[in-house]
Design a protein around this ligand. Structure first.
Ligand SMILES: Nc1ncnc2c1ncn2[C@@H]1O[C@H](COP(=O)(O)OP(=O)(O)OP(=O)(O)O)[C@@H](O)[C@H]1O
Length: 680
């Protein structure tokens, strides 16, 4: 409870509702009313985290900056004629204890508005105008607000209880006991009506688990666990039946009321019961505001403009019917005959702009901004770094264990491949020909077995998606994610280095001592970790699974080609391939480590004419494979482990850089309002 702001409530009680068409009330009256209403709640608001959330983004449609705070505009490049406007000239606000409902036809810009408010617009979108929290500019991503996005990005292998409980451990403060965290998780699950499916796995494309509506509720559960001060919900009721929608929304409204939270929700088709739960309504049509104000007077606004709600129709259905021009059809306008939907929208937009409600909204925005409450702090997770690391390692371990595609399928294929290697190179012997066979076999293990790590890429991408969502909502830091992801994979990589490695090693009949096998398995493990780290780095830059696989395979292909087997090191063209690429490719160290481990100490018959009758392993390494003999095989393995650390740090660094650079790009690409107007 760190920010305490005493904010007057603006929304008039139903008895004091003024018709939008009545003469505007003087500002001083508003203030008096505000003050008196505020005093009713003084005690309560002083003890709560309250976050008035005025948003005022973009520019005036007529091009004049006639608002104290420029309104919102958001546009996106259409690839041909400059920019396409998604939102124009929106002004509004949201305040504690209230739920602001954003409604409009599909594609009207609801999600874009929520993204703009939450500071999450994609980089190809330009935004102008101001978004202020308590009168201050605040970046809302990374833990300052919670956002339930339209798509449910959840860990599909976990049960509902596990997903919510892990999340509780990640987000709730360390001073809360384990049982308190469990209790909070259970309570939130019950609040969202999921008590009957607590032990059901969430499920995804491969396995059916929860229904779409149940997943929606799990997503909401996870975000409301910490009772965030500012909550964005993008279509929280999609996929829910009307009763479930009502109960879910009622609980969210209760959360807002009881804890003084600010909630902004976009919604498609609220039943009349759900609609009545909202306080303020922001009705958008093709990026423009048709209405922003109390839900209770929206009906009057529509009827006064000639669009009264028929007696048996749900008001929200009526509003959407009136402002959806995607489908042809004329509307009846009062007694004035029929007009097209486009005209109806224009009438409503113009009427709203000249209405008293709009004046009040602007006054309210100005008032909240003048008051300048406390700056909304970034809270994020309150669990310590160590707790985050432990929980993420556990969660990721469970996920890897249950996701067949992550490691188990790879293990099966590795076993099959190693059986192939073991039978093709079976009992390799110590003939002169076995020198080449040994080299090829070891190179195959170093390059192709590790290459198969790209098979896990789809799972990496899923992990990254979940990370991105949780990171933006401030559930944990990048460092904890990297640690969790690294440590959870170690046991699996050890298994797939040991079991298939042993099959190949002993079937082929490489050096017999255990110490040699241990080195072989350890080197294979280091290579596997390295390739995984490389692929995670690729996933952080190319978070698309097809493009990522192609990129990862390409990088590895180049390294493999350049690792000193297909072209001997001395023959590699100097400027690029020999220096520096040969030293960057991990295959160099992998091949040389395997070769030193196998050839050192062995002697082979020499079939070369004119030479000595035998050739030692060291000579083979130096003269045939051109291995660097100035350091031991343990240095090769140490370099590989060093590369693992470096790649993991690169992974961490890239995520951090992307986080830092994205907002800068946004600022650089955003244009002043007048320019945007020209574009439109
Ligand atoms: N980054 C973007 N690039 C291109 N077009 C975009 C982008 N973001 C939004 N749009 C376009 O803006 C319009 C509004 O999209 P938005 O997702 O905000 O609509 P919505 O009201 O939430 O729709 P729905 O209710 O169907 O989810 C759409 O036509 C969409 O194609």
């Amino acid at each position: 409870m760190d920010s305490t702001v005493n904010v007057p409530r603006w929304t008039p009680k139903p008895s004091t509702v003024r018709s939008p068409l009545k003469k505007p009330t003087a500002r001083v009256d508003d203030e008096l009313e505000l003050q008196s209403m505020a005093s009713d709640e003084d005690d309560k608001s002083l003890s709560m985290d309250t976050v008035p959330f005025p948003f005022s983004t973009g520019f005036a449609i007529d091009g004049h900056d006639h608002h104290h705070h420029p309104p919102l505009d958001s546009s996106v490049g259409d690839g041909k004629n400059g920019r396409r406007v998604i939102l124009q000239g929106l002004t509004g606000y949201a305040q504690p204890e209230d739920v602001l409902c954003v409604m409009g036809p599909s594609g009207c810009g609801k999600s874009t508005l929520l993204d703009a408010l939450a500071g999450r617009l994609s980089s190809n979108t330009q935004q102008t105008g101001e978004i202020l929290i308590n009168g201050h500019k605040v970046t809302l991503a990374f833990g300052t607000s919670a956002y339930v996005t339209q798509d449910d990005t959840l860990m599909t292998t976990l049960t509902v209880r596990e997903a919510v409980y892990y999340s509780a451990q990640l987000q709730l403060p360390d001073f809360m006991s384990i049982s308190e965290k469990k209790q909070r998780a259970e309570m939130t699950i019950r609040e969202m009506g999921l008590q009957d499916s607590v032990d059901t796995r969430i499920g995804g494309w491969s396995t059916k688990g929860l229904s779409g509506g149940q997943k929606r509720r799990v997503s909401i559960c996870i975000e409301i666990l910490t009772r965030p001060k500012l909550l964005f919900l993008d279509e929280p009721t999609s996929g829910l039946d009307s009763a479930a929608s009502y109960h879910v929304m009622k609980r969210i409204v209760r959360l807002a009321k009881r804890d003084g939270r600010t909630v902004i929700a976009s919604i498609h088709q609220p039943s009349s019961e759900v609609f009545e739960l909202f306080h303020n309504l922001c009705l958008l049509s093709y990026g423009r505001t048709v209405y922003f104000g109390p839900v209770s007077i929206a009906e009057k606004f529509f009827s006064s403009n000639g669009f009264p709600c028929p007696s048996l129709r749900n008001p929200s259905d009526h509003y959407l019917r009136t402002i959806n021009k995607d489908f042809d059809g004329d509307l009846e306008q009062g007694l004035g005959g029929f007009i097209s939907t486009e005209e109806a929208i224009n009438v409503l937009v113009k009427s709203y702009e000249s209405s008293e409600i709009f004046q009040q909204v602007k006054q309210q925005v100005a008032y909240i901004c003048e008051k300048k409450g406390k700056i909304l702090e970034k809270k994020g997770s309150q669990a310590s770094f160590i707790t985050q690391c432990i929980v993420l390692t556990k969660r990721s371990f469970v996920n890897m264990c249950r996701d067949l595609g992550y490691y188990w399928l790879r293990l099966a294929i590795y076993i099959a491949l190693c059986l192939c290697v073991g039978t093709i190179f079976h009992d390799i012997g110590f003939t002169y020909g076995s020198i080449q066979a040994r080299g090829s076999m070891l190179m195959f293990v170093a390059a192709f077995l590790t290459f198969m790590a790209i098979g896990g890429f789809p799972s990496f991408v899923e992990d990254m998606k979940i990370f991105e969502r949780e990171r933006l909502n401030g559930h944990y830091g990048v460092g904890a994610f990297v640690v969790g992801n690294t440590f959870s994979s170690i046991p699996y990589l050890l298994i797939i280095s040991l079991v298939p490695g042993a099959i190949a090693y002993y079937l082929v009949g490489l050096q017999k001592s255990f110490q040699h096998f241990a080195y072989f398995a350890l080197l294979l493990f280091a290579c596997m970790m390295l390739v995984e780290s490389l692929m995670m780095t690729v996933a952080s830059i190319v978070p698309d699974f097809l493009m990522g696989i192609i990129t990862g395979a390409g990088i590895q292909g180049v390294m493999m080609l350049n690792g000193g087997f297909f072209r001997l090191p001395d023959d590699l063209p100097k400027p690029f391939w020999r220096y520096p690429m040969y030293y960057i490719a991990f295959h160099k160290y992998a091949n040389q480590g395997f070769y030193k481990n196998e050839f050192e100490g062995l002697t082979f018959p020499n079939n070369q004419v004119g030479g000595s009758p035998t050739i030692t392993g060291e000579e083979i390494l130096r003269n045939i494979w051109q291995v660097e003999m100035s350091y031991s095989k343990w240095i090769d393995i140490a370099i590989l482990f060093g590369m693992v650390v470096l790649y993991r740090l690169m992974f961490l660094g890239i995520i951090k850089i992307i986080e830092k650079v994205k907002p800068i790009i946004k600022v650089v690409t955003s244009v002043p309002p007048t320019q945007v107007q020209t574009d439109t």
